[in-house]
Design a protein around this ligand. Structure first.
Ligand code: MSP
Length: 655
């Protein structure tokens, strides 16, 4: 039986629409799945949605919907996006499905039978948005160490899991298995965390505080803590308790891909929960970095949330898939910018890859009426042909290692090394001279070598850019010969059959010569929910300029039209905690929406003269249109709206 490979993404909260951060993990999981399938492994790729808990309940309430109805609507946004980006998941789990809630309850029962669950009155510090308890010493500047927001003290009776009992076991497991937590920096982070005593984990929430969860099987007054519920999705979907053979075969080769912000839940809570019910930990947990956008944290109030559908409309999904995995080593933080994306499309995709195919097809049309010559005899192969075939074999084996290691960027770099070499081979072999000199045999050997190099390239890029790979197979005439599309077919140089007819199609990636509209304005968001900042990066907020030296020109500055505006009316946006709707006189009357309700009473704003950005693309926040953005500074004590020392005429330009 072939070897198994099980890969998962986090299950995404349905409190919001998907963004580029969600897309990133899902594309990475898709690429590794496609590669492993192509290399002959039996793959299971799981993604899904996390539908319980306070965040989702609150988002549903804000939209005036029952939680399940809200989830049913939101889940489609994720599923459609994955289809659009050619995501090849084998299963999609929703935590509200009965197949999952049954396993969550089973976990709870087993832990209870093992004596790992007890009740206690808890008095602790709780971060409401993150739904996590913290101890005094965990706090950073008195706030949640994960998201930087305020914590509240809560006293209540709850169920606890004896996580502390597994402290030493976990520490040893991490020490003994260097590949368990990747990259190494994250492993060190958790080993550091485990130097402190490990507290037990509160795994219930009283229904009087939160209804939307899986009921505790032995106490109907409680639901399970959302993370306890969510983590179990990984074993539900792989067959635990239903098809144990399937489960075991996949579980022993399991990889959880996650973002660095959810490391503790996956490498402390999860393995100890599994240990508690007698299951081994997953084989590996890989935490990737976070994306900023043009140097800034992604946030709805800034209006820079990158909406994957808009990117796909503009650039096509394959280019985005390529960019995300090529731009930054998996594990490090990255910065998204349209200029970097366009740069990659023009140089790597249009120039290097696109030209290799177009030039070769053009020459084959001209010299051989578009037909691939027979495989050359060894005697017709010179050093250059041999070197190219050896480079192909070397690249295939290097990428096997990089893929095992999830080093996507390095795999792509080595594929592009090969593409560069194939382009150089054209220049040095100079088929046009061979044609002119009527050196038929040599010309055939060169053209065959070139097209076999293109086939190898198409196979190697296919996991990253499946549509492009498919187009290449079509253009070189082997779209139906599936056996020539697999990673395993790269073991043989010369599998491409002679006599195959090629079809010259449109350029794979036309160069982008004019900057598209989307790159001139905000990156675009279609969400109408208000901002929910959540990363520990909050403190790192602060705009970086576009230039390498962090400077912008006076013209760049002049592009931002800032004016003084007098607040005429202000009121809270219904059902929103943070948003205030303002009518201002900015030379002319306009409506703004600002996320300042936690710091300002609407009536206190009326009559103030504030500073606004007047030429920002209109955006909707919770269904209310905002035409402009007020300027404010946020520090530890809250948000401070920028006002003027003396009265300024509304509409006066700020320079
Ligand atoms: N529901 C939990 C996960 C439960 S898994 C058992 C959750 N969901 S989430 O929707 O808030 O986030 C999902 C993932 O998106 C996380 O891995 C997080 O790191 C990732 N990202 C969110 N914003 C991101 C960026 N700006 N950049 C990269 N990834 C980011 O947490």
């Amino acid at each position: 039986m072939s070897e198994t490979f099980y890969v998962t993404t986090p299950i995404y909260y349905v409190n919001d629409v998907p963004h580029i951060g969600h897309l990133y993990t899902t594309v990475a999981a898709d690429v590794i799945s496609r590669y492993m399938r192509s290399a002959g492994k039996k793959v299971m790729f799981l993604t899904g949605t996390d539908e319980h808990g306070q965040k989702v309940e609150q988002a549903a309430m804000e939209r005036g919907l029952a939680p399940k109805d809200h989830c049913d609507e939101m889940v489609v946004r994720f599923q459609e996006l994955w289809r659009r980006f050619a995501i090849s998941n084998d299963d999609f789990i929703r935590t509200t499905e009965p197949r999952h809630t049954a396993i969550v309850q089973k976990f709870m029962e087993i832990l209870k039978e093992h004596g790992d669950i007890y009740t206690s009155t808890y008095s602790g510090l709780y971060c409401v948005p993150d739904e996590r308890f913290w101890t005094e010493k965990d706090l950073v500047d008195g706030n949640c160490p994960d998201c930087g927001r305020e914590v509240v003290r809560i006293d209540e009776s709850n169920y606890f899991f004896r996580m502390g009992n597994y402290h030493e076991w976990l520490r040893k497991h991490i020490e003994d298995n260097p590949g368990f937590i990747r990259p190494k920096t994250r492993r060190n982070e958790i080993l550091g965390f485990l130097k402190k005593p490990l507290a037990d984990l509160c795994v219930s929430r009283p229904k009087e505080r939160l209804h939307w969860g899986v009921e505790i099987p032995f106490d109907s007054d409680y639901v399970t803590y959302v993370w306890f519920d969510a983590l179990i999705n990984y074993v539900t979907a792989s067959g635990y308790g239903v098809d144990d053979e399937k489960f075991r075969s996949f579980w022993e080769n399991s990889t959880h891909l996650i973002g660095k912000d959810i490391l503790t839940t996956h490498t402390v809570y999860w393995p100890t929960m599994l240990k508690g019910i007698g299951l081994p930990p997953p084989k590996r947990v890989f935490a990737h970095g976070w994306w900023t956008v043009e140097g800034q944290k992604m946030s709805k109030s800034i209006g820079n949330v990158v909406e994957p559908n808009l990117l796909a409309d503009e650039y096509g999904h394959d280019a985005i898939r390529y960019f995300l995995l090529r731009e930054v080593p998996f594990g490090l933080d990255g910065d998204f910018s349209h200029s970097a994306l366009i740069g990659r499309i023009n140089s790597d995709l249009a120039n290097d890859l696109g030209n290799l195919l177009q030039r070769s097809l053009g020459m084959l049309d001209k010299y051989r009426e578009g037909e691939i010559p027979e495989k050359p005899a060894d005697a017709d192969l010179g050093d250059a042909e041999k070197a190219l075939s050896e480079h192909a074999a070397g690249t295939a084996s290097a990428i096997a290692g990089y893929m095992d290691d999830l080093a996507f960027d390095r795999a792509l770099k080595s594929i592009w090394g090969f593409i560069g070499n194939a382009n150089k081979y054209i220049d040095s072999a100079a088929p046009w001279t061979l044609f002119k000199d009527n050196a038929q045999q040599k010309l055939d050997a060169v053209m065959y070598t070139l097209f076999e190099a293109i086939r190898h390239t198409a196979v190697m890029i296919s996991p990253y850019m499946p549509e492009t790979g498919h187009k290449m197979f079509r253009q070189i005439g082997i779209v139906k010969m599936k056996e020539l599309h697999t990673v395993t077919s790269l073991d043989e140089w010369g599998a491409l059959p002679g006599g195959t007819k090629t079809f010259r199609g449109p350029a794979l990636f036309p160069r982008i010569e004019t900057v598209p509209e989307i790159a001139k304005t905000a990156s675009g968001t279609s969400s109408e929910n208000e901002e929910k900042p959540k990363s520990s990066e909050k403190k790192k907020k602060g705009a970086k300029g576009k230039g390498k030296d962090n400077m912008i020109s006076i013209e760049d500055f002049a592009n931002v039209e800032m004016v003084a505006a007098r607040v005429l009316e202000a009121e809270k946006v219904p059902k929103s905690k943070k948003l205030i709707r303002l009518i201002v006189n900015a030379g002319e009357e306009r409506q703004l929406v600002a996320g300042i309700a936690e710091n300002y009473e609407p009536k206190d704003l009326v009559g103030k003269t504030i500073a606004i950005v007047a030429n920002l693309k209109p955006a909707k926040l919770m269904g209310v249109e905002s035409r402009g953005m007020l300027l404010a500074a946020e520090d530890d004590s809250g948000i401070h709206v920028l006002t003027f020392e003396k009265d300024v005429k509304p509409g006066t330009r700020i320079k």
